[in-house]
Design a binder for this molecule. Structure first.
Ligand code: ADP
Length: 266
């Protein structure tokens, strides 16, 4: 089936998944209303395994809501979502968030302020299932801190003792603790100043790439979308107005409104 809206240029990735088994995420005509407000108006999106997709678009266009649907924090009203070829939402199916192997990092990281860094990271770990019980948890926390380029000694600190960039890395380590196959990043670097933003993005990008985690990144930053993603999706008014190779999206916007938005986003 062709998931692309007919008025758009054929999305490269969506075209290839129909004939391959390499699809990780398929969203088919998903809609979501809050009260009388239609926030998602029929979203189609395909993401290949190990692929990186950037979602850009004006604020209020539905980007966070779309991520929350993928994570399993919200139900779609109509349409469906599949992961690895199996339906997880829609048509009477519902697979809860904790069974989707999906990680989610919010804009502010949202660490638990009263827990140490180590406790934040181990929150998602099941001590009973790790070799070595609680000692195993400690080792795993150190390993996760190393993955995001933080010293093991950080485990004892409280979130407020860390810089913004370090807190974001801890939030990522906490999400990685559950070994997600798909990572959803909701503007995770936007609170950081420019230098730290680039460094943190590189570190995070490398971790996800090395672990071959499929990644969807919501961002306002065009440079970030271009450097991070192999597919860019432009969201507007609850729809994906254009999906494709970043270079094509930025050099050949599908319509005037997309061109204006991308121009503004520079
Ligand atoms: P974006 O991430 O693109 O800024 P959002 O998905 O956060 O957009 O929000 C889209 C619209 O949906 C906004 O108008 C927002 O106020 C509304 N919205 C989001 N979540 C809820 C909710 N839980 N209840 C009511 N309205 C919501």
């Amino acid at each position: 089936t062709d998931h692309s809206p007919s008025r758009l240029p054929e999305p490269r990735v969506a075209a290839s998944v129909a004939t391959s088994t390499n699809s990780h995420l398929e969203i088919d005509a998903a809609t979501k209303n809050f009260g009388s407000q239609a926030v998602l108006r029929g979203v189609n999106l395909s993401v290949t395994k190990g692929g990186t997709t950037a979602i850009v678009g004006p604020s209020g266009s539905g980007k966070t809501t779309l991520l929350r649907l993928i994570a399993g924090f919200e139900h779609p009203d109509t349409g469906s979502i599949s992961l690895n070829g199996a339906k997880v939402a829609g048509d009477g199916v519902w697979v809860p968030a904790h069974k989707r192997h999906v990680g989610y990092v919010a804009q502010d990281g949202a660490l638990f302020p009263h827990l140490s860094v180590g406790q934040n990271i181990s929150f998602g770990l099941d001590a009973a299932r790790l070799p070595g019980g609680h000692r195993g948890v400690k080792a795993r926390v150190s390993e996760l801190l190393a993955m995001v380029s933080l010293d093991p000694s950080m485990a004892k600190r409280r979130p407020h003792e860390l810089s913004g960039g370090q807190q974001q890395r801890v939030a990522l380590a906490r999400a990685l603790a559950r070994e997600p196959e798909l990572m959803l990043l909701d503007e995770p670097f936007s609170a950081l100043d420019a230098g730290l933003r680039v460094a943190t993005r590189r570190a995070v990008g490398k971790v996800l790439h090395d672990a071959r985690v499929t990644t969807i990144l919501v961002t306002h930053d065009q440079g970030e979308a271009l450097s991070f993603a192999d597919q860019v999706a432009v969201m507007r008014g609850g729809r994906l107005a254009q999906i494709g190779n970043p270079f094509i999206v930025y050099t050949r916007p599908a319509d005037r409104a997309t061109a204006e938005f991308l121009g503004d986003a520079v």
